[in-house]
Design a protein around this ligand. Structure first.
Ligand SMILES: [Zn+2]
Length: 315
C-alpha cells in the first residue's frame, strides 16, 4: 500500500511538470517533442518568480549526431542548470552550441553557465549589441525577483557575433537558420528556423495563449512587419517565445492580429493627436483578445507604450 501511494505521488508530480509548474530545486522541466530530435521546454505564462527561476518563457533544443543545439539559455545560472537537467533527461549528448534569439533576460543570461561547460555561444551581431545595452538593467530587475537565486549569473555574449541579417549554419549535420526579421519586442530579435523539420522557434516575435507585452524597447510597427515576414515561412510547427506550441493560425490569432490591431487602432489615434489617456480608456476593451492570459495586467500598458512608440517614430 505504501508502495502504491508513492507511485501516486510520483504520478501527480509528473502531471505538475507537464503543466509547467515548478518549485525551486524540487521539480524539473519536462521537454515536449515537437519533431524528430526537436524539443521545446514550455514555461508558465505568468510572471517571473524565484520558484520558476524567471523561466516564464519557452526554450528549445535540437539533438544532433554530434551534440545538442540549445535555443536560448534562460535568465540565470540556476535557470541554465535547470535547462541542462531537462536536456539530460532526453539525451546524453552534450550541449555544444547555444543560439540566442534575443536580448531579453531569459534569452541569454544563462549563457555563462553553458560557456563554462564548453558550449559555443552563437548570436547575430545586432542581437549582441542589444544584449550589452540592456544587461545591467535586466540583471538589476532580476535581482529583485530572484534574490540569491541570481548568484553566479554572468552576462556572457557570443564572442564572435554573426554579421548581417541571416546566418545559415550546419550544426551536428543539421541545417539551422538564424534570421533577423525586424526590430520587434527588442531591437535585434531573431528567429531560429529548421528548414528540414519546418519548425520555427520564434523567440519573442510570437506569444500564444497569453497577451504579448509591448515594452519601452519595442518597435510595434517593426514587430508587425517582422511577424508578416515570418508568415511567409512554411512553418508546420511554431514554438513561440511564450505560450503553447501551435501552428501559424494560432500565432496569427494571438499575436499577429493584436499587432495589426495596435497599429490600426492606436496608430490612427496617435496620428489624429487624440490625447493618450483618452485613447487608453477608449480602447481598454478589446473583446477579441481579452481571453488571453495577462490581458488585464498588460493591455492598457500596451496601448500606452504603442502610442509613445508611434509618437517617437513620427518625429
Ligand atoms: Zn520573452
Amino acid at each position: 500500500m505504501l508502495h502504491l501511494s508513492r507511485l501516486l505521488i510520483l504520478a501527480s508530480t509528473l502531471v505538475l511538470f507537464g503543466a509547467g509548474a515548478s518549485h525551486a530545486g524540487t521539480t524539473e522541466w519536462a521537454p515536449s517533442r515537437v519533431a524528430t530530435g526537436v524539443y521545446a521546454l514550455i514555461g508558465p505564462t505568468g510572471p517571473r518568480t524565484a520558484e520558476n527561476d524567471a523561466l516564464n518563457c519557452n526554450i528549445g533544443f535540437v539533438v544532433t549526431e554530434q551534440g545538442v543545439v540549445l535555443i536560448d539559455s534562460g535568465a540565470s545560472r540556476l535557470g541554465a542548470e535547470r535547462i541542462a537537467r531537462a536536456v539530460a533527461a532526453v539525451t546524453d549528448e552534450p550541449i555544444r552550441w547555444v543560439i540566442n534569439t534575443g536580448s531579453q533576460d531569459h534569452r541569454w543570461l544563462g549563457n555563462g553557465y553553458f560557456a563554462a561547460q564548453g558550449a559555443e555561444i552563437i548570436a547575430l551581431r545586432r542581437t549582441v549589441e542589444t544584449q550589452k545595452r540592456y544587461a545591467a538593467q535586466h540583471l538589476a530587475s532580476l535581482g529583485g525577483v530572484l534574490g540569491e537565486r541570481l548568484t553566479g549569473t554572468e552576462p556572457i555574449t557570443a564572442p564572435e557575433p554573426l554579421p548581417g541579417d541571416e546566418a545559415r549554419l550546419t550544426l551536428g549535420g543539421t541545417p539551422i537558420e538564424l534570421r533577423y526579421l525586424g526590430d520587434a519586442h527588442f531591437p535585434g530579435d531573431a528567429v531560429v528556423w529548421l528548414p528540414d523539420q519546418q519548425v520555427l522557434f520564434s523567440g519573442d516575435l510570437v506569444f500564444t495563449d497569453r497577451l504579448l507585452g509591448v515594452l519601452p524597447s519595442s518597435h510595434v510597427r517593426g514587430w508587425q512587419a517582422a511577424f508578416h515576414r515570418m508568415e511567409t515561412l512554411k512553418s508546420k510547427v511554431i514554438v513561440p517565445g511564450h505560450g503553447g506550441v501551435g501552428d501559424l493560425a494560432k500565432a496569427q490569432a494571438d499575436t499577429g492580429a493584436y499587432l495589426d490591431w495596435l497599429v490600426s487602432e492606436v496608430g490612427a489615434a496617435q496620428a489624429d493627436w487624440e490625447p493618450l489617456d483618452e485613447v487608453v480608456d477608449r480602447l481598454a476593451d478589446a473583446p477579441r483578445f481579452s481571453h488571453l492570459a495577462n490581458f488585464d495586467t498588460l493591455h492598457r500598458a500596451n496601448i500606452n507604450r504603442a502610442y509613445l512608440d508611434f509618437e517617437r517614430s513620427a518625429d
